[in-house]
Write a protein that binds this ligand. Structure first.
Ligand code: B12
Ligand code: SF4
Length: 460
């Protein structure tokens, strides 16, 4: 039997380069391959880097989908199904709205693959694929499956090794797809399995893909102690309440933490309250938390979101100034996105504020377009102001100003190299991503007619 695994892109520009910062190893693909019986021949194509050979013989196609890749995945699925090849889909978007995915595929896997994939493969062999498979794994430890990373060997990904130590997050922020999907649930793997996974990797830069690396403080401390002797540099995401635990910060530093992405979201306490995120500033304000992380040599990738009801036009500049003054190593200035399956989506829908309820499958939808009506300015102004914050944050003056931080951003040669390469990748990425086409492969001419080509800076 032959299985074809496909990582979909968001959409592509024919002959153009894909967004650099999005070219990372797709770990879910390696996990599914690791769960697949040995006698099955596996082919893997990454739509971001490869052409998909629709006519190559195969018995089953499996595609992970996120909200932004759903439209493209549905188009890919259509091609295979036209050729009578069954297609199955899983991943966060398929799990959040399986009824939509079911219209475009033979089978939808809801939740984890670890306890469902074996049955899917058996049924596929027998030709008895069910319409849906639902994972029952919601509590207890997270099972570790050895990812089959050799599938990535010949592909040019960013030089980061992806490792998962836990899944889900104990918090419940209104806008977050993780909260919508895991409902405040968090499960972690056994530390000895994580250590073995890291030991098997050649690279020295690890990206822990966990939704919230500090979900369980004591367990994260134990994990940091266990990985410190491996002498790797690592990056991850975590909630800001980590700064309530000095010992944790010390252990993170000792274990090689180079950068941590933290959702700051807003400087306005009323917005934080509306998001269900007031807990971020209960013990100390953002500046104090930043300074504590800096004292431990940990650089920060802060994400901000605009478009909540208490945001005014002044908040864009105020937030940008804060991010530069605080010398944040990296920052994202996102507009609020109503992901389906979230509490935010349901609220905006009930308030009649979704401009296009199914924006992610709208044929000419572009990355960076705002899909809802904000309260205090228009959707277009929101998109423009976010883009302006990004370009100003990544202009050379700001990069230079933020560089002058010898405790974290430029504390040694390695950290300085990471700082510069991440900032320059972001400088280009910001322009490349804005108005990136969603859903299909389109030509530059088609794109030009939608007036966005210059904005994209997508030279060959
Ligand atoms: C690593 C990561 C990235 C990396 C790499 C992503 C990649 N695919 O190459 C980078 C940094 C590039 C990235 C970029 C973006 N990301 Co991201 N990312 C993640 C993160 C943190 C981890 C994903 C991961 O590897 N998990 C480990 C694997 C093993 O777990 P898993 O994906 O859940 O898969 C399991 C099951 O879901 C299931 N499964 C998954 N797929 C399939 C398929 C089949 C067939 C089957 C049977 C089962 C199955 O089996 C797996 C094992 O159980 C997730 C958070 C998350 N929990 O998903 C966000 C997440 C997926 N990203 C998100 C977003 C929004 C983005 C961006 C749009 C951000 C931006 N503004 O630029 C971009 C989009 C880029 C793109 N898609 O091309 C959102 C998506 C929300 C949504 N509703 O879709 C998430 C959920 C984060 C969040 N907090 O909301 N991301
Ligand atoms: S803390 Fe982060 S990952 Fe957790 S629910 Fe809130 S936004 Fe989502």
């Amino acid at each position: 039997m032959r299985l074809t695994l496909i990582q979909p892109s968001i959409g592509k520009i024919k002959g153009g380069k894909y967004v650099d910062s999005w070219q990372m190893q797709p770990l879910a693909i390696a996990v599914i391959a690791g769960l697949t019986p040995e006698d099955v021949e596996i082919k893997f194509y990454d739509d971001r880097l490869d052409e998909i050979p629709y006519d190559e013989q195969t018995n089953l196609v499996a595609i992970p989908i996120e909200t932004y890749t759903a439209q493209r995945a549905y188009n890919i699925s259509k091609e295979f199904r036209k050729r009578r090849v069954p297609v199955v889909m899983g991943g966060i978007h398929a799990s959040l709205i399986p009824e939509e995915a079911a219209k475009h595929t033979d089978s939808v896997i809801i939740g984890d693959a670890e306890d469902t994939w074996g049955t899917v493969m058996e049924d596929a062999r027998k030709g008895t694929l069910q319409k849906t498979y639902r994972s029952k794994a919601t509590t207890g430890m997270l099972e570790h499956v050895k990812p089959k990373r050799d599938l990535f060997a010949k592909k040019k990904y960013i030089a980061l090794e992806m490792v998962e130590t836990g899944r889900g997050c104990p918090f419940y922020c209104e806008f977050c797809a993780i909260a919508g999907s895991f409902k405040g649930n968090y499960r972690n793997k056994e530390i000895k399995n994580i250590v073995a996974d890291i030991e098997s990797l050649k690279g020295d830069l690890i990206y822990f893909v966990d939704d919230n690396f500090v979900s369980r403080i004591n367990r994260t401390k134990e994990l940091c102690k266990a990985i410190a002797p491996l002498k790797k540099k690592w990056f991850s995401h975590g909630s800001i309440n980590m700064t309530n635990h000095r010992e944790l910060l010390r252990l993170m530093e000792k274990s090689g933490c180079a950068n941590i992405l933290i959702g700051f979201e807003s400087l306005n306490p009323k917005n934080l309250e509306a998001m269900g995120k007031s807990w971020t500033v209960v013990k100390r304000n953002y500046s104090e938390s930043i300074s504590m992380l800096r004292d431990h040599g940990i650089t920060i990738y802060a994400t901000f979101v605009f478009g909540y009801d208490y945001d005014t036009l002044e908040d864009f500049d105020r937030t940008l100034d804060f991010a530069i003054e605080q010398k944040l190593a990296l920052a994202a200035f996102n507009h609020l996105v109503p992901y389906p399956g979230t509490a935010l989506y349901n609220r905006l829908m009930s308030e009649g504020r979704l401009i296009t309820p199914n924006w992610w499958i709208k044929p000419d939808y572009k990355f960076g377009e705002v899909a809802f009506r904000p309260k205090n300015f228009s959707a277009e102004i929101l998109a423009e102001k976010c883009f302006e914050c990004r370009t100003k944050f990544y202009n050379s003056g700001s990069i230079f100003k933020r560089m002058i931080d010898f405790k974290a951003n430029c504390k040694n040669i390695n950290q300085s190299l990471i700082y510069f390469s991440a900032n320059f990748t972001s400088y280009y990425g910001v322009r490349q991503r804005q108005y990136w086409p969603i859903g299909d492969v389109i030509s530059k001419e088609e794109l030009a007619t939608t007036e966005a080509l210059n904005e994209l800076g997508c030279q060959d």
